[in-house]
Design a protein around this ligand. Structure first.
Ligand code: PLP
Length: 355
């Protein structure tokens, strides 16, 4: 006898990247920042007092939201703090999609989106990306999604798993044409080259149907903390903040450390610069070895090789973990997280021997 709802019975859960217990593994498979959290974050952790744990945390994380508002030049009402980025995705679905109505994605995308849609018993309407991973003409995409009755569309920018950055103008054009909400998942935005002047907050200021996802997991080296936030028009934020989120969705320790993280972003930025430098080096070296690489604006690179599956297994045997997706359009590719210079040297050395 199963007590699950039929859609839960039918669906498959999210498959997380492997987290080996062995610390000697060169772990380039889950896009963690290879550098430690800032000193300010670690000091804030040391300073946690018993009373902070005894009492309930600020329910709306208002102290954090005030700091984030100052950092991004926004109003507190345009911000919600969440139990990492993943909770914002779930909240957006719960709040903006009637069960059974479709959710839009651009394919391929973050593999959690279809899982969350299945939990909600919503079909996914996936528009394929172009061969070079760019977004097809916004008017065409919007027309398809609107025709499918989509109320919420997820776009990840810069894109995962390719690393490609879409210009803010393209996303504006898409949002303007969509009947529903556009959630721009900016999990990797901290690694975008500053000279490109990419800024999606301008879209939020101009349009009332755009929600940005930010997370401290990647840029701030805090994947273990589980803290993220959403940026959007108060009309989108308010129902999530006051109705659909858990009453105390972000814990007191996470709130305190998240404030320290944002206030020490100049320190975190050094890790973004280091990752960008290494990203350029790794891409050049992989291309020299004969792999094709997408020009990445993230902390990972998608590299193509006909024997990707074999390479993946051979690297793993040498305790170098990268990510392989047994999925259409990705079977001849490896997604490789940019590590420290030593980790990258280990990867490139092994690849050189294997090829
Ligand atoms: C990492 C990631 C997230 C959010 O991760 P959290 O750890 O839950 O903040 C969201 N989208 C994409 C594409 C990611 O890679």
């Amino acid at each position: 006898m199963s007590y699950e709802r039929p859609n839960i019975q039918r669906m498959h859960g999210y498959t997380p990247g492997e987290q080996p217990a062995d610390a000697s593994v060169v772990k380039l498979n889950t896009n963690e920042n290879p550098y430690p959290p800032t000193d300010a974050v670690m000091a804030a952790l040391q300073a946690i007092e018993p009373d902070m744990l005894r009492r309930y945390p600020p329910p709306l994380a208002t102290p954090f939201r005030e700091v984030a508002a100052a950092v991004h030049d926004l109003h507190v009402e345009e911000l919600i703090a969440t139990n990492a980025g993943d909770e914002l995705l779930r909240l957006a679905i719960t709040t903006f999609v009637e069960p059974g109505r479709a959710i839009g994605t651009l394919d391929p995308c973050y593999s959690l989106y279809p899982v969350l849609a299945a939990v909600h018993d919503s079909p996914v309407h996936a528009v394929p990306l172009n061969d070079d991973w760019s977004i097809p003409t916004p008017t065409d995409v919007a027309e398809q999604l609107n025709d499918a009755g989509v109320q919420l569309t997820f776009v990840v920018n810069p894109h995962a798993p390719s690393g490609l950055l879409t210009r803010a103008e393209t996303l504006t054009a898409l949002a303007e044409e969509l009947d529903g909400v556009l959630l721009i998942d900016e999990a990797y935005v901290d690694f975008v080259t500053p000279e490109l002047k990419y800024d999606a907050i301008e879209i939020v200021k101009a349009l009332d149907n755009v929600l940005l996802l930010r997370t401290l997991s990647k840029g701030y080296s805090l994947a273990g903390l589980r803290f993220g936030y959403g940026i959007g028009d108060p009309g989108l934020i308010e129902p999530m903040l006051t109705k659909t989120k858990d009453s105390y969705n972000v814990d007191a320790v996470a709130q305190r450390l998240a404030i320290a993280a944002l206030l020490s972003r100049d320190d975190a930025r050094k890790s973004w610069d280091a990752v960008r430098d290494e990203r350029a080096r790794v891409i050049t070296a992989l291309m020299d070895l004969g792999l094709t690489c997408v020009p990445s604006q993230t902390n990972f690179v998608l590299a193509t090789h006909p024997d990707a599956a074999t390479l993946y297994a051979a690297l793993k045997q040498r305790s170098i973990f990268v990510r392989y997706f047994d999925a259409d359009r990705l079977r001849d590719k490896l997604r490789i997280t940019i590590g420290t210079p030593d980790q990258n040297d280990a990867l490139l050395g092994a690849m050189g021997e294997l090829l």
